[in-house]
Design a protein around this ligand. Sequence first.
Ligand code: GAL
Length: 416
Amino acid sequence: MKKIAFGLSTVALSLAAATAQAGEVEVLHWWTSGGEAAAINVLKQEMTDAGHTWKDFAVAGGGGESAMTVLKSRAIAGNPPASAQIKGPTIQEWGDLGFLTNLDDVAKQGDWDSVLPSVVSSAMKYDGHYVAAPVNVHRVNWMWANPEVFKKAGASIPTTWDQFITEAKKIKAAGYTPLAHGGQAWQDATLFEAIALAKGSKFYNSAFLSLSDDTLRSQDMIDVFTTFKAMREFVDPGFSGRDWNIATSMVINGEAAMQIMGDWAKGEFTAAGKKAGIDYVCYPAPGTSGQFTFNIDSLAMFQVDGDDAQAAQQDLARLILEPKFQETFNLNKGSIPARLNMPRDKFDTCAHASMDAFLASSTTGDLLPSYAHGMAVNSMVQGAINDVVTNFFNSESITAEEAVDKLARAVKAADM
Ligand code: GAL
């Protein structure tokens, strides 16, 4: 370090002093939409300011499926990046394979055990040790709406799925697309999950955490599939394969009335200069107001060689938990800080609603891991559910009764 700092300006010298050791970190993520990129750039900037070199490894594709495929091939080749956005049970899978590195020292220095809610800290640990750093908490069960479109269509914001159908018909009759949607498996899953959630937290837990065969085959689950299929009438003909942020832009520009999507969608409204409560409104997905399906994004750290690389990686973990980063990143990302007791004043009404719901739901049993975003089940089970859900949404012939049978069987096979 001395060698590099010698003869540089005072600014560079003080930066060099602040950084014990500078190194390179390669970070794999899939944050490429407007809001997502603005958020990850905050981290990139902070790492650069700390004297490190950020090697961006962005693999486009909402929900991260492509990113995970690329991560696997890099790991198989014996060359994983220093850090990757992985989350929930997938952290455990990588831990089991012996790829992750220990962050306990940084966590101890930053007192992670007390500044993080336990639902967050426990997800960051493998075998009792920190291996990942949380950047945020996303609420998944949100509905984003364009109030202008509602006004023009003479429709009201639905608070149940039955009402959603009634209002969506009015919106369609007025010439707008009621539901902005992208036909990709993870987006179908996000919509399906929101509909299932409205059947209650007990049902949700039983279906997606306990994987109860009875619940997966129940009349309630048949109803969920039926309501889910009803949504087909409310998407536009071009929905297939559309990216989620393009769907969000349909709500932003007044082509569509609503989108059911996690609050990364808010990052798109923010990036477009739109204001919550004025240009757009956020409501819990119909029938889910007291509930909170969470999706915690985190950067897990892989074992890397070299003191510099390891120092940079530990510094990345440290920076992620800093209050300033948690604030700026989340203002851009649409999520709320993973850290507790953060100042709320810079956040908008949707974020405040999310913060309140997060705390309240954690005391009522309504704080639930999003299966659609890899927080509840392993990737095999998640993939099995997604296949059934997506095939059903796109099929003319599969009945809801057949779908639940397929679901129960696919889950059983994947969970062996
Ligand atoms: C989620 C991820 C979010 C997000 C979204 C769309 O799985 O947790 O951070 O941006 O995918 O890419």
